[in-house]
Design a binder for this molecule. Structure first.
Ligand SMILES: Cc1cc2nc3c(=O)[nH]c(=O)nc-3n(C[C@H](O)[C@H](O)[C@H](O)COP(=O)(O)O)c2cc1C
Length: 161
């Protein structure tokens, strides 16, 4: 399913997204990329299950959701179908083991456009126990975005697994 949005010439498609927990949603996905704003950091925190507990202003602006729409939702609300499941498996294995994860992530905005980030994710410890996770994202280099897009496409995106 694809077509052109008459006003912008943008290519838009509808795709059924299936999540790890078995839930599904029909998302509108466009080929429009919103550049990561210079000099900003996008920050979020989750509980141990990946449910969003905190977002900063840059997160709200870039995702297109309100803070109220984000808090309490699984972080996969931003998952773009071009992201391979293996990237997130690696993320979870790394952070659950107490290690720091870095990676390039293509995120899906509420309006169907996307934005690329260079993400760092760490565990938050209290008295030696993991109580949640924090992610800080900064602007990725164009070269790394293009390399990641190629390698994720070769991995087939999440829908291939
Ligand atoms: C702190 C933290 C931040 C995360 N940030 C993102 C993110 O920005 N985009 C994303 O797609 N997944 C993010 N994830 C991974 C999601 O929890 C999830 O594993 C991923 O979206 C795959 O979704 P699935 O459950 O549908 O397979 C984050 C996880 C954690 C713990």
């Amino acid at each position: 399913m694809s077509g052109s949005a008459a006003a912008t010439g943008e290519v838009v498609r509808e795709q059924l997204l299936t999540y790890q927990d078995g839930s599904e949603r029909l998302a509108t996905i466009s080929d429009r990329e919103i550049p990561f704003p210079d000099g900003r950091l996008i920050v979020s925190r989750t509980d141990t299950a990946g449910v969003i507990t905190h977002v900063n202003a840059a997160f709200v602006e870039m995702s297109g959701y309100s803070e109220a729409e984000l808090i309490g939702q699984p972080h996969s609300i931003l998952r773009h179908p071009d992201m391979p499941a293996a990237a997130f498996q690696d993320l979870w294995e790394t952070i659950r083991a107490g290690n720091k994860w870095h990676g390039y992530v293509k995120n899906l905005r509420k309006d169907g456009a996307c934005y690329w980030v260079y993400a760092t994710v760490i565990a938050n410890l209290r008295h030696g126990e993991v109580v949640g996770y924090t992610s800080v994202r900064r602007k990725p280099s164009r070269r790394r975005v293009e390399e990641s897009a190629r390698s994720y496409a070769a991995m087939g995106g999440a829908q291939a697994t």
